[in-house]
Ligand binder design. Structure first.
Ligand SMILES: O=C(O)C[C@@](O)(CF)CCOP(=O)(O)OP(=O)(O)O
Length: 325
């Protein structure tokens, strides 16, 4: 019997991963850049055992069905094949996210699973190898191996596609992210399905790709210079461009709900009132607002007129993956 446990935190992309060049290996079309946060994490324990006749997956103590287990089973099949393991496993994940719906990220879950496998099988993977393994579970998971800012080098093969920490002189400690939970109950298109449809059908996709290199350069320069305005502006513009691609997909779709648009407008208004903050969004209606820690309280106060405290969840920069005893 082999057991392992790991904790990994969610990350939010400031320059988005949106589109795969290779679906099987999960190689992205473009580099992306993220900030790992401390508020949401997953702890995953895995047990490989001779007596198990199939893989099983428990999330917060509840056995998951085939569909929810799909990403996990596919990942474990890869681990067995890659590391010549014949044993089945029991995976027990606990998501430490505020009760709010829709915040459990596959990034922290699959990164924690990769770490737990490495520990259980005594693979002693380097961070780069762990990032490559996590990438096979879910693309954005490869960035959660690292704390603070990370860049996912797109590469062109399984060997060359992995994330790396961005040297930042700990500037991320001065930043915060405020999640505004807008729950409009609309069942979104998953990020995996959304990016696939967009790559395959959106006439705006080429425009998105052509803007990435400049955005990455701007973001990395902003981090090096601790220039919050520059980082915020490129973060917001990049997110708008990513989401713009969905409008030209076939069939068209959007992750934005009416409340999402209200939050975006409030962020612009806060800026006009002299409170620097910038929004980003992923595959769902929730809005994430990048703000300097010194302005977090003022931002929360400004939004408190429109949202309940349960809808406003703040996070600071978080650490990389931790293997647990
Ligand atoms: O996080 C980002 O860069 C941007 C997104 O969150 C925007 F929605 C995409 C994350 O995609 P993911 O869930 O990693 O997809 P997978 O590789 O198909 O599992």
């Amino acid at each position: 019997m082999y057991t392992g446990k790991a904790r990994a935190y969610t990350n939010i992309a400031l320059i988005k991963y949106w589109g795969k060049k290779d679906e099987h290996l999960i190689l992205p079309m473009n580099n992306s850049l993220s900030l790992t946060l401390d508020a949401f994490y997953t702890e995953t324990t895995i047990e490989f055992k001779e007596s198990f006749t199939e893989d099983s997956f428990f999330l917060d103590g509840i056995k998951q069905d085939q569909k929810q287990t799909a990403k996990i089973t596919a990942f474990l099949a890869l681990v067995r094949q890659q590391y010549q393991v014949s044993l089945f496993a029991k995976v027990d994940s606990r998501n430490f996210v505020p009760t709010a719906a829709g915040l459990a990220s596959s990034a922290s879950g699959l990164a924690a699973l990769a770490g737990a496998c490495s520990a259980a099988l005594n693979l002693e993977l380097t961070d780069k190898e762990l990032s490559r393994l996590a990438r096979r579970g879910s693309g954005s998971a490869c960035r959660s191996i690292f704390g603070g800012f990370a860049e996912w080098q797109k590469g062109n093969s399984d060997q060359t596609s992995f994330a790396e920490a961005i040297v930042s002189d700990n500037w991320e400690q001065d930043l915060a992210m405020l999640f505004v939970l807008v729950d409009d109950g609309v069942k979104d298109v998953s990020s995996r399905d959304g990016m696939k449809r967009t790559v395959e059908t959106s006439s705006f996709y080429a425009g998105w790709l052509s803007s990435i290199d400049a955005d990455l350069k701007t973001a990395k320069q902003a981090i090096a210079e601790k220039d919050f305005k520059a980082l915020g502006e490129v973060t917001e513009a990049n997110a708008l461009r990513m989401h713009g691609t969905t409008l030209a997909a076939n069939p068209p779709f959007t992750y934005w709900s009416p409340e999402s648009l209200t939050v975006m407008q409030l962020v612009r208004q806060a800026r006009q009132n002299g409170l620097p903050c910038y929004f980003t969004m992923d595959a769902g209606p929730n809005v994430k607002i990048l703000v300097e820690k010194k302005n977090l309280a003022a931002l929360k106060q400004f939004l408190a007129h429109h949202f309940s405290s349960e809808q406003l969840i703040s996070a600071n920069a978080g650490p990389g993956i931790t293997l647990l005893p």
